[in-house]
Design a protein around this ligand. Structure first.
Ligand code: NDP
Length: 278
């Protein structure tokens, strides 16, 4: 099977375009799921302080026998870590839990514009970037006007913006903004947690190309140029979601899938979301 391509970030670092997401995998199941993902060939894991399974991701990396440099690890600063000191302390905890002395990518999980000044957390991430302990830094759930503030008021432009994207929310405006600013878009909930898979348009394209609905939707993301990391605890589905590089969608299929856009956000609106864990 053809390998997973790498995209190049705005600081020159590579990122595997396909990874494995661990949101909502309960900690006791996480190490086994990540080990299965490694066996299948995934080399990019997307976790977060909020998911409370960084330690188990680290256990899987250690148990895998893979060299640290063969694996791309992303984590995210939690919403309750807002000050410089809290960001730096939580970053140290992330490294300890993952059992490593650097992450490949560290993100601010949510901008929380009604709660805090996110430039404070960003400046703390700039520090760990300069120290080489985060090889790249980026944001998640940032709207263009949030990123504009970072570009105007801080030194290092984000390498990545991780946002909700799937056929019911194609995010043309944010993705265009990201492109214009050399920011790679990562698409979270790429199959809308399964919701788009029985859409008749998707199942029809799937029949035409002889692939599953999940493969068709994930391939649509890949051809748009985004990074994806579908989550599954089911080994067969992990395999299915990894087999994306030996077929192609036509321009017509791409357009047909994009036409499903309906502002169908599943997660919160980043301009309003204000949830801070205790
Ligand atoms: P996904 O769109 O990846 O969907 C996951 C769901 O779909 C699970 O219920 C899974 O069930 C099911 N599924 C997976 N593969 C298949 C398949 N081939 N056929 C049928 N069903 C399938 O949703 P997520 O929300 O998990 O998003 C992926 C990742 O994005 C997360 O794990 C996380 O890393 C990131 N994320 C980031 C957010 C942010 O705010 N930055 C927010 C949300 C997600 P099963 O496990 O039983 O197979």
């Amino acid at each position: 099977m053809a390998g997973v391509p790498a995209l190049t970030l705005n600081n020159g670092n590579g990122i595997p375009q396909l990874g494995f997401g661990v949101y909502q995998i309960p900690p006791p199941q996480t190490a086994a799921a990540v080990l299965s993902a490694f066996e299948i060939g995934y080399r990019h894991i997307d976790t977060a302080q909020m998911y409370e399974n960084e330690k188990e991701v680290g256990e899987a990396v250690a148990a895998s026998g893979l060299e640290r440099g063969e694996v791309f690890l992303t984590s995210k600063v939690n919403n309750n870590r807002q000050t410089r000191e809290e960001v730096l302390a939580s970053f140290d905890e992330t490294l300890a839990k993952l059992g490593t002395d650097y992450v490949d990518l560290m993100l601010i999980h949510w901008p929380l514009p009604t709660v805090r000044d996110f430039t404070v957390a960003w400046k703390a991430l700039e520090e760990v970037y300069r120290e080489g302990r985060a090889r790249s830094i980026g944001v998640s759930n940032f709207e263009p006007h949030h990123i504009r503030r970072l570009l105007a008021e801080t030194d290092i432009p984000p390498s990545v913006n991780q946002i909700e994207v799937h056929p019911y929310l194609i995010q043309s405006e944010v993705r265009e903004f990201d492109d214009e600013h050399q920011i790679v878009t990562e698409a979270w909930s790429p199959i809308a947690q399964g919701d788009v898979l029985d859409d008749p348009v998707i199942t029809s394209v799937a029949r035409t190309v002889g692939r599953t609905p999940a493969q068709v939707v994930l391939r649509w993301h890949i051809q748009r140029g985004d990074v994806v990391f579908p989550k599954s605890v089911n080994r067969e589905r992990m395999r299915e979601n990894f087999a994306l590089f030996d077929f192609e969608l036509s321009a017509q299929d791409m357009e047909t899938i994009s036409s499903l856009d309906r502002n169908g956000r599943r997660g919160p609106n980043p301009n309003e979301f204000a949830w801070v864990p205790r």
